[in-house]
Design a binder for this molecule. Structure first.
Ligand SMILES: [Fe+2]
Length: 196
């Protein structure tokens, strides 16, 4: 029996990561695979489309919180700096829950910033810094867009028999957004104002 000798170059080739690989997508965006979860194709399709819109708006609202966390100014800097980051973290949890529900329904969740920018209904914020009441108005508008579409989507999911999506939207998205609206909106109440 002859002993095979392998030179160093051959050994190194085997240990080198095969980077820069390319292949066609395994699932194109907008197409669903069938998952064994006892839901009709139509129910899954409708929920995936709606959840992707909700995802785009939730990612945008989440990122708006981080922008304001960094750029806030004024006497309420510290409390708003902390509050905005707390809401960012909570929105980030919603982002993950929505995206994973899209996948478990057999869909493809949007993920990248350029796709989010194309889809979101929340108006684009400027690159520069804005004062606190404007930051808060912008956040409240974003929340209201999310809440309005979420209520419609929850109703449609329930009508289609997709109770899981209904529950996610009602129990997590709507309740969390409503609570955040309260915490943010109270900062722009001017209780000392004297009406003429
Ligand atoms: Fe930070």
């Amino acid at each position: 029996m002859t002993k095979e000798t392998i030179d160093a170059e051959t050994i190194l080739k085997r240990a080198t990561p095969l980077a820069h690989q390319q292949a066609p997508e395994i699932q194109p965006f907008g197409h669903l695979v069938r998952m064994p979860i006892a839901l009709s194709d139509n129910a899954c399709k409708e929920s995936v489309v709606n959840l992707n819109q909700l995802l785009a708006d939730t990612i945008t609202l989440r990122d708006l919180y981080k922008k304001h966390h960094w750029q806030v100014a004024g006497p309420t800097f510290y409390q708003l700096h902390l509050l905005f980051d707390k809401h960012y973290d909570e929105q980030n949890e919603l982002v993950d829950a929505i995206a994973e529900r899209i996948q478990l329904l057999g869909g493809v969740s949007i993920a990248m910033a350029h796709d989010v920018a194309e889809m979101t209904l929340i108006p684009r914020a400027p690159k520069g810094r804005e004062e606190v009441p404007v930051q808060i108005s912008r956040l409240l508008h974003g929340h209201e867009i999310v809440l309005k579409e979420a209520r419609t989507m929850a109703r449609l999911a329930a009508e289609g028999g997709d109770e899981g999506t209904n529950d996610l939207i009602v129990s997590d998205v709507i309740r969390r957004n409503e609570l955040q609206v309260w915490f943010v909106a109270e900062h722009v109440v001017d209780s000392a104002r004297k009406d003429p």
